[in-house]
Ligand binder design. Structure first.
Ligand code: HEM
Length: 373
C-alpha cells in the first residue's frame, strides 16, 4: 500500500486510510485541518477535543503524567507487578494475558487515581464495553450490527464514592488533582470530571495489556532477542520501544474517534494527490508507518537495540499519548520482573493463537506460558 496506494478509501471504516509515515505525521501535526472532534461536537474525552479546550484540559494532568513524576511511582508499580506474578508462579501455570497483562495496568491506574483495588474486574468490563461499542460503530457502518452501552450511572457512583473517600482521607492522587482543577477560574463540570476519570481509567489499560502480551509474542518469535536481553539488561527500555514499533497494540485501524482518534477534514484538502472533502474522515495506519522503509532501516527485523526508533504507536503532535511514560514504565517493570523470576518462560504452542476480537487493539486473547522455577 505504501508504494502503490498510499491513500485508500476504506469503506468498512467510512473514511480515508493513510499508510506512509510522512502523511500520517502531517495529519497529526495539522490539527486545524484535521480535527479530532466528532462532527456532532462534544466528547467525553480530551482525545476527541480540539484546541483551545484540548490544551486547557490536557494541561491539568500533564504534570501528573510527566516521565519524572511517573518514575516516582516505580516502587508501587513494582509491588503490584510482583504480587501478580508471584501469585501466578505459585500456581505453577500462567496465562500471561488473564493473570498478568489484564489486571496489571488496571491496578496501577486505579492506584494512581486513589481507588481501592477491589473492583478492577468491573473496570475491565467497562473497558471492554467501551472498546466493543467503538468496534460495533465500525461494524454498524459496514452493515453488521452490534451494540453495547457503558454503565455511566455505575461509573458515576464509583467516582462519587472515590470523591467522598478522598474528602474523608485526602491523599496524593490523580483524583485530588482533578477535583482541585480549575480552568480559567472555573471548576471542571461534573461531566468533564467524569469524562476525564473514565478516560484515564480505561484509555491506558487495554493498550498496555496488549503491549505486554505483544512483548511475549515478539520474544517468542525471536528467542535470540530474549537471550540478548538476559545478557544485557540495559536494553530493556529500547526493547520496549521495539515491541511498540513492531507489534503495536493499536494498529491504527481505529474506527472510532472516541477511543483512538480518527481525524475529520475541516476543509477540502489534498493528500498524495487525492482530494479529501471537508467533513470526510481520515484514519492512520500506524503499523504501516512503523515499517516505512524511509524511516526505519531493515524494518522487518525485530531489533531490541534499534536507535533511533521514532515509531508512531503513541501518536504524534498535540494528542501524543498522555500515558506514554506510564505505559513504558509498566512494560519495562514487567520485562525486568520476567527476567528475574521467569527467565526461562516458553509460550505453549499446542493451542492456536486467537486474536482479540475488535477493531481497535491488536493482540492475542490468551498466552499460556510454561516455565520451570
Ligand atoms: C501501550 C500503551 C498505549 C498506547 C499504544 C497508547 C496509544 C495512544 C495513541 C495512539 C494516542 C493518540 C490518539 C490520537 O492521536 O488521536 C493516545 C492518546 C492518549 N492516551 Fe494512550 N496509549 C497507551 C497507554 C496509555 C495510558 C497508560 C494512558 C493513561 C493512563 C493513556 C492515556 C491517553 C490519553 C489521555 C490520550 C489522549 C491525549 C490527548 O488527546 O491529548 N494511554 N494513546
Amino acid at each position: 500500500m505504501r508504494q502503490n496506494q498510499p491513500i485508500w478509501y476504506d469503506s468498512s471504516l467510512g473514511g480515508w486510510r493513510l499508510f506512509c509515515y510522512e502523511d500520517i505525521v502531517r495529519v497529526q501535526n495539522d490539527y486545524q485541518t484535521f480535527s479530532s472532534e466528532p462532527s456532532n461536537g462534544g466528547s467525553f474525552s480530551i482525545i476527541a477535543l480540539d484546541p483551545p479546550r484540548h490544551r486547557q484540559l490536557r494541561s491539568l494532568v500533564t504534570p501528573a503524567f510527566s516521565a519524572r513524576t511517573i518514575l516516582q511511582q516505580t516502587p508501587r508499580i513494582q509491588r503490584i507487578a510482583r504480587e501478580l506474578l508471584e501469585t501466578a508462579l505459585a500456581r505453577g501455570a500462567m496465562d500471561m494475558v488473564a493473570d498478568f497483562a489484564v489486571p496489571f495496568p488496571i491496578l496501577v491506574i486505579a492506584d494512581l487515581l486513589g481507588l481501592p483495588p477491589d473492583n478492577w474486574q468491573r473496570v475491565k468490563e467497562w473497558t471492554d464495553t467501551l472498546i466493543n461499542q467503538s468496534s460495533s460503530e465500525v461494524a454498524q457502518r459496514s452493515g453488521r450490527n452490534a451494540s453495547s452501552t457503558l454503565p455511566l450511572d455505575e461509573i458515576s457512583r464509583v467516582l462519587a464514592q472515590a470523591t467522598q473517600d478522598h474528602h474523608q482521607q485526602p491523599r496524593e492522587s490523580l483524583l485530588r488533582l482533578l477535583l482541585a482543577a480549575e480552568v480559567d477560574g472555573q471548576r471542571l463540570t461534573e461531566q468533564e470530571l467524569l469524562g476525564f476519570f473514565l478516560t484515564l481509567l480505561v484509555a491506558g489499560n487495554i493498550t498496555t495489556t496488549q503491549l505486554l502480551g505483544n512483548a511475549i509474542l515478539c520474544f517468542d518469535e525471536n528467542p535470540e532477542a530474549w537471550e540478548q536481553l538476559q545478557r544485557d539488561r540495559s536494553l530493556v527500555a529500547s526493547a520496549v520501544e521495539e515491541v511498540l514499533r513492531y507489534l503495536p497494540p493499536n494498529r491504527g485501524t481505529g474506527g472510532s474517534r472516541t477511543i483512538i482518534g480518527g481525524r475529520r477534514a475541516t476543509t477540502d484538502v489534498e493528500i498524495c494527490g487525492q482530494l479529501i472533502r471537508r467533513g470526510e474522515e481520515v484514519f492512520v495506519t500506524t503499523i504501516s508507518a512503523n515499517f516505512d522503509e524511509h524511516h526505519f532501516s531493515d524494518p522487518d527485523r525485530f531489533d531490541i537495540g534499534r536507535m533511533p526508533n521514532h515509531h508512531l504507536s503513541f501518536g504524534h503532535g498535540i494528542h501524543f499519548c498522555l500515558g506514554a511514560p506510564l505505559a513504558r514504565l509498566e512494560t519495562k517493570i514487567a520485562l525486568e520482573l520476567l527476567l528475574d523470576l521467569l527467565p526461562n518462560w516458553r509460550l505453549l504452542h499446542n493451542v492456536p493463537l486467537e486474536q482479540i476480537r475488535n477493531h481497535i487493539v491488536f493482540g492475542a486473547q490468551r498466552l499460556p506460558l510454561v516455565f520451570s522455577t
